[in-house]
Design a binder for this molecule. Sequence first.
Ligand code: MOS
Length: 749
Amino acid sequence: MFQPHDTALHQPHVGAPRNRVDGRAKVTGAARYAAEYTAPDLAYGHVVSGAIAKGRIRSIDISAAMAVPGVVQVFTHENRPRTAWRSKAYQDEVAPPGTPFRPLYDEKILYSGQPVALVVAEDSEIARYAASLVRVTYEEEKHETDLAKVRAQAYKPPKTRSGMAPPAPRGDAEAGFGAAPVKVDESYRIAIEHHNPMELHASTVVWEGGGRITVYDKIQGVQNTQSYITHVFGLSKDDVHVKSPFVGGAFGSGLRPQYQLFLAVMAALELKRSVRVMLTRDQMFTFTYRPDALQDMAIAANPDGELQAIRHDVIGNTSTFEDYQESIVSWSAMMYHCDNVATTYKLAQTDTYTPGDMRAPGAPTGMFALESAMDELSYRLGMDPLQLRLKNYAEINEGDGKPFTSKELRAAYQLGAERFGWARRNPKPRSMKEGRELIGWGMASGMWEAQMQKTTARATLTIDGKLEVGTATADIGTGTYTILTQIAADALGLPMEKVTALVGDSKLPFSPVEGGSWAAASAGTAVHLACNTVREQLFKYARGMDGSPLANAEIGRVAFRNGRMELISDPSRFVTIQDAMRAGAVDRIEAEETGSPSRITQLRYAAYTHSAIFAEVRVDEELGRIRVTRIVDAVAAGRILNPKTARSQILGGVVFGIGMALTEESMMDHHLGRFMNHNYAEYHIPVNADVHDIDVIFVEEHEDKINPIGVKGLGEIGIVGTAAAIANAVFHATGKRVRHLPITVDRLL
Ligand code: MOS
């Protein structure tokens, strides 16, 4: 559908494994993060976290804190400036339906760890010490933080979050299930997980005078932050400049502005002074997280493995003030060919903060249930798990009947299985052993949306042969700077060193938040389009030169390389960028272009990335210790802009999946209604010793319908299905099926 004008495009960089353009800045410390910016007269805020899960603040005594030398002010709900919360209903770009949490709004306590005061002092240690002196008394109410205890109160969300409508049922799942001879009907549960990026959430607000502020925020969307601030504090866009050039991981925790931003801006505006608020590691457990989910999954098949019915019923937890929703059940309606499918998705309120999007929100959760059940079914059928999946391969999107823009999952299964050596697997559980370790091989499928969002980019070429491109998206460590540089360099035939990519600044052209694996497709397309416009302008100048060697040439017959435009059929006929610009009497060419998703593609096609994951585990039979010794992840994600940064994305996703399967669990003390293991020592993220061989394969997949650069996105597909593949391998090793993640020793033995 998209006619790649680039049949003649010389592309030495796109598709090549280039190093990160920001790599050096990152490893030398030159890259600065939100809490590393400073300002003359900077004050430091420390947050006082509430101690109960539900109730109200009866009294709050700040006198001891205020008496500490160096304390500037202590803000509470009683004295917070009335300028804040001008617009009560304001929702940020990615807010679910409901009323967003408003820090220091009133005396009500909605969840444990809720910020109840901000101490601002001349230095951070004074602020921290004084915060310990703030005395709060509470009127406690009975809370409930256990999803299992409130499942009877589950409800269908009255307002659907955009794009999260559960799929329509098809056929008759009840009858199909009843009639089929081979069945699985089980319950699955995952643990609450926290995002735990390396960089703590922080905001440095620089008071510029005259009511204007520059905000360095740890965020995945600078313009979303800007819009939040202008609405909440009634400021104009010109007064609020937001920057976030580097983000030390976020995984979704930076999609929405978090409470430290509100507190830092409020304090800066009130004190007319620069203020920084950085959360502590334990405070990182006082906001968003991947929700708990209770899942019932029933699937049934004929003896030959043909699926006859899929039922998937999910209850996820949300807060008492927002209806957070994610797409847990939709995968069950799309992944396989099956005529009878019914799903339900409900929420139940717990006295917790609102859950949020965390890497591939909903997909690894739902796919854990579906892909575990498929594995269980394969044993009941006596059929190879991979064969079962191939038998029920969905040629079209089974959810809505639309063809896929591209889907090379079959190739992914095949290449992944070959690389892994799947054919050598002894299907019998507990049949493979080495020393005191049981060996298990398991596999699963993965699926995620290939999205694109309307995004604008600017490209500026100057006569010194330098090109600058920019859009207000974020690079959260994913490699956005690098791929934008590659795309721009190839468009104008420049070395990457001559190109500067800019992101993470609210003054740059419009971009939505970076998320949903859409940044490469969206920002990449916008940069591609802006550079094309520059390219065409440049070519016009070249052709119009007196006695131009390209006088009669078409742009499609010309290669842009080495800083010049050369006739492909005769490279000795060329015009340099400088000569063309001189001929045009300009010293810069600037263009701004907007890329939008194709309406026709959206109407007619389904766009998804796919993966096939194969996992090997070794289980110490006596100790119950599980090691994931080998993963092969074969990914079909359209065009790969940079195999090196792309591979890193998949590695990160797979490690996330290992964490989900084996170690990551935010443990709630339901008596206190508080997460207990709020630190890196007790919340276990896989470390190097837990991560062994991960082999990433990118399957050839020709994609020409989603966007002109053929990109589908890679940030999330790596985690989807990985936990299921590992759980399936654990069953194959041990004969024990664990349906509650993570598979810790106590659940396995
Ligand atoms: Mo991602 S969970 O959309 O940052």
